[in-house]
Structures are given as structure tokens and as C-alpha cells.
Write a protein that binds this ligand. Sequence first.
Ligand SMILES: [Zn+2]
Length: 88
Amino acid sequence: MKFCSRCGKEVLDEAIICMNCGCALEEKALANTKDVENVGFNVLSFFIPLVGLILYCCWKKECPKKANGVGKWALIGFVANVILGCFL
Ligand SMILES: [Zn+2]
């Protein structure tokens, strides 16, 4: 159950406009539903850290969680490459 922020009347949870005054109701954090870590991109970032870095820069504003995921794996991949590079 939620209430209209303008007139205070009770409105349906799924309603997008108030039936009483007709004003638009706040949308419930719709924007962040796509902001989840993507395993495929994390793996890609691990093997190609440069790609992870680019994705991180593209996503850090809109999808901080997703950006942090690829950023983290790009860093791990980079470190792994350096360590492997020392042994080869
Ligand atoms: Zn209203």
C-alpha cells in the first residue's frame, strides 16, 4: 500500500498515477534493476583487463555495481598477467 505524495490518498501499489488527483506517482527504483554484476563480463575483464577498464568507465555512472564487478576482475586479471609474465 502506498499513498499519493500530493493529495495523500491511498493508491494501488502498481498504480503509476493517482486516481484522485491524477498526478504522476514516484516510480520505485526501476532504474537499478539492471545494475547487477554480469559474470560473462567479469570473466571477459579477467582475461582482457583493458576491456574491463573500458567497461568500468562506461558503467560507473549508471551501473556502479556492474562497474565495480568488471573493475575488480580487470584488476585481478591484470595482476595475474603480471605475475604470470614474471614466470614466463
Ligand atoms: Zn493524488
